[in-house]
Design a protein around this ligand. Structure first.
Ligand code: ACO
Length: 331
């Protein structure tokens, strides 16, 4: 009798897009009281990309998705489901995923958004993985896209130096081969919700003249407190993810971390005793692009030939919510 093979979800292609406009640390020195030295030492960021006034989260997502579709040799009508991770969507209603579906002409696809801040892409990947394993969908487009520059208080030096805009996309499909997404892990703790938030624009403080005057529609972050929780949480997350899969850190080919702060990334790598050449870094060029950060990094890693068939790669992220997540993939 034939034994039924278990289904896995496999990332068959990647894509990414970043707006053309580059904002350097030196340019920021002209806008707020900061310095290239402070930003570089504390974060590892040298420059970030900024969307044009007309560009929206779905526009960036569209460019990244087109690239992923092209690489996979697929047409938009081949996609069954679109999941978009974002906290800076085009509008509160409809979802950015539905806008993307229309722009792509992906008529067959169901579409919805996920809000898990910087962990959003890995949350979306985790859901897509379950949909594939349950045979609910066959071709899923998973996108992380952010236009954080439009939610950034350009008078607040403690946050405006950190963020950037961009989008990354992957397409996943079922495989019976011994490869693909091995495991995903998602977590949250709402107790820490006030460490990182946009206070107004929802049902708790709807938009008003006063909310705008008080600058409540911008991202507020208690950076130092968030930093401490992030380091501890991510260290445990990566160790646990490997342990659950009985994998030694030395068996990892590449760690693809959320690009929020170089010091956080270095601390995670140190805990795993991973040399930094096994850690993908592009924070210097993009800053923190929240949900777009991991898929942009993955796309660049693939295009640079740093991910080869059979490699184990570990992706991880931490963000507002608080949320954190990881995914172990055999490429
Ligand atoms: N330029 C110069 N000085 C600054 C700047 C700046 N841009 N920003 C803050 N400072 C000053 C502060 O005022 C403070 O001065 P003081 O000592 O006189 O009070 C000093 O620098 C140190 O400030 P800290 O906030 O303690 O600096 P820290 O070393 O913690 O670095 C940072 C700040 C980079 C924000 C760091 O805390 C961090 O990366 N936090 C975590 C971010 C993160 O991971 N977020 C989650 C994901 S984001 C998401 O989900 C959207």
């Amino acid at each position: 009798m034939l034994r039924k093979r278990s289904l896995r979800a496999r990332i068959i292609s990647t894509g990414s897009y970043a707006p053309e406009k580059v904002l350097t640390n030196h340019a920021l020195e002209q806008m707020v009281e900061t310095s290239d030295e402070w930003i570089t030492e504390r974060t590892g960021i040298k420059e970030r990309r900024i969307a044009s006034p007309e560009q929206t989260a779905s526009d960036l997502a569209y460019e990244a998705s087109k690239q992923a579709l092209k690489t996979a040799g697929l047409k938009p009508k081949d996609i069954d489901l679109i999941i978009v991770a974002t906290v800076t969507g085009d509008t509160p209603l409809p979802s950015t995923a539905c806008v993307l579906q229309r722009k792509l002409g992906a008529k067959k696809a169901a579409a919805f958004d996920v809000n898990a801040a910087c962990s959003g892409f890995l949350y979306a990947l985790s859901m897509a993985d379950s949909f594939i394993k349950s045979s609910a969908f066959k071709k899923i487009l998973v996108v992380g896209t952010e236009v954080l520059s439009k939610f950034t208080d350009w008078k607040d030096r403690t946050t405006c130096v950190l963020f950037g805009d961009g989008a990354g996309a992957v397409i996943i499909e079922p495989t019976e081969e011994d490869r693909g997404i091995i495991s995903t892990h998602i977590y949250s703790d709402g107790e820490f919700g006030d460490l990182l938030l946009v206070p107004a624009g929802g049902s708790s403080i709807p938009a008003s003249e006063e909310s705008v005057k008080k600058r409540l529609h911008y991202i507020k972050m208690k950076g130092n407190e968030t930093f401490k929780v992030a380091v501890k949480t991510l260290e445990n997350l990566v160790v646990d993810t490997l342990k659950k899969n009985k994998l030694k850190p030395s068996e990892l080919s590449l760690l693809i971390p959320h690009q929020a702060n170089l010091r956080i990334i270095q601390a995670t790598a140190k805990r795993l005793k991973l040399p930094m050449d096994k850690v993908f870094i592009n924070i210097d060029r993009y800053g923190n692009t929240s949900a777009a950060s991991v898929p942009i990094a993955l796309d660049e890693a693939v295009r640079q030939g740093r991910v080869r068939d059979g490699d184990y790669i570990l992706m991880e992220a931490f963000g507002g919510g608080l949320t954190w997540a990881s995914a172990l993939v055999k490429w």
